[in-house]
Design a protein around this ligand. Structure first.
Ligand code: ATP
Ligand code: MG
Length: 587
């Protein structure tokens, strides 16, 4: 999974990686050269008192050190560019994929984990790429080169290498295997913190209203404590690692001095060679340590890559057709037909819609009425293809919507959802969603029809220099800084600006008072003339003038016809009418 992910995103950076390899090669060769030069100075310069020689070789050493430094810096620079660039690309891939998810895939993952995956998990993979790039060339060459050079300096001490390297590997390896499961837990812990936090922020009013603060706080504390616990355990293992490594390094140094000192005494080796040997041994141990650190990043990155891969490999159930059919983009209303449509939510055992068939003729108004939970929202959501019918077909202008491109469907169908949602930005920015080119005049026209002119014109947000008025006034995420009825009207206006051929209003007048409701519908009747309208409503008064009314009960159409016809033919319809006459003004 990790390799697939990296392979898929590494291509644009191959030249950079080439540069990293070359620069590291230069740096590591310089690093390996330095101790032997040092030995040279001691044995041939200091020991013989040849100051000239010391200056010459010293100068060379300085130059080599400079080359090493510059190559190392440049290599890190290129490495960072690759890792960060790849991180950006992976995040982009995730975003694009999630963008195409239907409610089904969204429901399967849930927002919190998608957010963690796009941020924290990507960061883990990014870190691994960075570490690998920084160490992949250096570590093996430094380890093997160091061993060769050390043995060359003094073969008699080589056993020290064979002892200290496995000891260090064993210690670090033991710690790493204990770290792996903790890293996996850490990612899930971050998910659940995100989840609790998100729910709390979104539901803050409910929490307040029901005085559930203490309960919610406890839930957060719980998730927080779990994350802390995992982090502390990881920290503890890291704390052991530092000193353990230092001890091994110092013991190795002491051993070199002890055994080497005797050998110098016995005239078996020169002081300079011994110094070089010691430096090489330290380089070898450093390389081993860095290598192990790199491997330590792997388990965490593998887990993160798997989590990212799950997202990237989830094919949206709403696939784009390979050869999309074109239908008229502008012009009069589109006709809509449901042919024996059945729909079940994933995991549910009984269908929400069962054998629904009807035709909404072009330019006509079709209303859907039914008790709460009857499946009205589910039905209208099939029209803009928020999900696909389990069986049966939805046709637009006689063409199955699965054969149309997403763009075609969204241009033709304008949905005002039951739960209106606005995006953070200005009112104008929200209204232009369906038509970025719309002029201010067009925006005001749409607002006028939606009975929103007054409140938009009077609206101001911000203070001081940031004060904004009217169309430029600010809307917060979700539209939480306008009232429910205002939000509903803005959403109606947004759909009007897009000028679709088929309007779908899902209970879009519920938050409006009766007078405003009537005014909006009057305006709409005028504005949407020629377009097809599908309207879900609770109030009978909203739909009496519809060309066709469908009565939906438990996912089935149990009555259809005009208001007058239904009063005659449908028991259910009469019951709904009767229940409302008492509460509304008699017509
Ligand atoms: N995302 C979902 N996953 C599973 N079941 C769902 C989902 N959304 C709705 N349902 C179920 O489908 C049924 C119909 O819901 P739907 O929202 O279509 O009703 P509705 O007629 O629009 O009701 P209302 O008048 O309250 O808006 C309900 O029983 C509901 O529990
Ligand atoms: Mg509904």
């Amino acid at each position: 999974m990790l390799w697939t992910l990296i392979r898929r995103h590494i291509r644009p950076y191959l030249p950079h990686i080439g540069a990293v390899v070359v620069l590291q090669l230069v740096a590591v060769l310089a690093t390996l050269y330095l101790p032997s030069l040092n030995a040279d100075i001691i044995d041939n310069g200091v020991a013989t008192g040849d100051t000239d020689y010391i200056w010459r070789v010293g100068g060379l050493m300085l130059a080599v050190a400079m080359v090493q430094l510059i190559a190392a810096i440049a290599s890190v620079w290129f490495g960072a560019r690759v890792a960060m660039g790849m991180g950006r690309d992976v995040r982009r891939s995730i975003y694009r994929r999630v963008d195409r998810f239907s409610t089904e895939e969204m429901g399967r993952f849930g927002a919190p984990t998608l957010i963690t995956r796009a941020t924290n998990d990507v960061q883990q993979v990014q870190m691994l790429v960075l570490m690998t790039l920084n160490f992949m060339v250096m570590v093996p060459i430094m380890a093997i080169g160091g061993i060769i050079m050390a043995i060359q300096e003094d073969p008699g001490l080589s056993w020290l290498v064979w002892v200290s390297v496995p000891v260090l590997m064993l210690i670090v390896g033991l710690l790493v295997t204990r770290l792996m499961p903790l890293f996996e837990r850490m990612q899930t812990n971050i998910d659940s913190i995100n989840g609790v936090m998100r729910e709390q922020i979104m539901g803050i009013r409910v929490v307040r209203a029901f005085v559930r603060e203490r309960h919610e706080t406890a839930r957060f504390e719980d998730a927080n404590a779990t994350l802390t616990d995992t982090s502390v355990r990881i920290g503890r293992l890291f704390v052991i690692m530092g000193p353990a490594i230092t001890v091994v390094l110092h013991l190795a140094t002491a051993a070199v001095l002890w055994f080497g000192g005797h050998r110098v005494d016995a005239g078996l080796v020169q002081v300079g060679a011994l110094t070089a040997f010691m430096q090489y041994l330290l380089q070898i141990l450093m390389a081993v340590m860095m290598g192990t650190f790199m491997f330590m990043m792997f388990p965490r990155a593998i887990i993160s890559a798997r989590r990212i891969g799950e997202v990237l490999e989830t094919l949206p159930t709403l696939a784009e057709p390979a050869h999309p059919v074109a239908i008229e983009a502008d012009g009069g209303g589109a006709s809509l037909e449901f042919r024996d449509v059945t729909f079940s939510y994933p995991g549910a055992d009984s269908p929400v819609l069962d054998g629904v068939s009807f035709t909404a003729e072009a330019g006509k108004t079709t209303a859907i009425i039914g008790s709460t939970g009857a499946g009205k929202t589910t039905l209208v959501n099939l029209v803009p293809r928020l999900h696909d019918a389990t069986s049966g077909q939805v046709l637009l202008d006689g063409v199955r919507i699965t054969e149309l491109s997403r763009a075609t469907v969204s241009r033709a169908v304008g949905l005002v959802p039951q739960k209106p949602y606005l995006f953070s930005g200005t009112i104008a920015h929200n209204l232009r969603f369906g038509d970025p080119e719309a002029s201010e005049e067009q925006l005001w026209e749409a607002l006028e029809t939606a009975q929103a002119t007054e409140f938009v014109a009077e609206r101001t947000t911000g203070e001081g220099d940031a004060v904004a008025k009217g169309l430029e006034s600010a809307v917060s995420q979700g539209g939480t800084n306008v009232s429910g009825g205002q939000r509903q009207r803005l959403c109606i206006a947004r759909t009007l600006v897009a000028r679709p051929r088929l309007y779908v209003f899902d209970d879009s007048f519920s938050a409006l008072d009766v007078t405003t409701d009537a005014k909006v519908r009057e305006g709409l009747a005028h504005r949407t003339r020629g377009a097809t309208t599908l309207i879900v409503a609770q109030r009978i008064s909203t739909i009496t003038s519809a060309d066709q009314i469908l009565v939906l009960e438990a996912g089935k159409i149990v009555g259809r016809g005009t208001h007058e016809e239904l009063l005659e033919s449908s028991q259910t319809y009469r019951e709904i009418v009767d229940s409302q006459i008492s509460v509304e003004e008699p017509a």
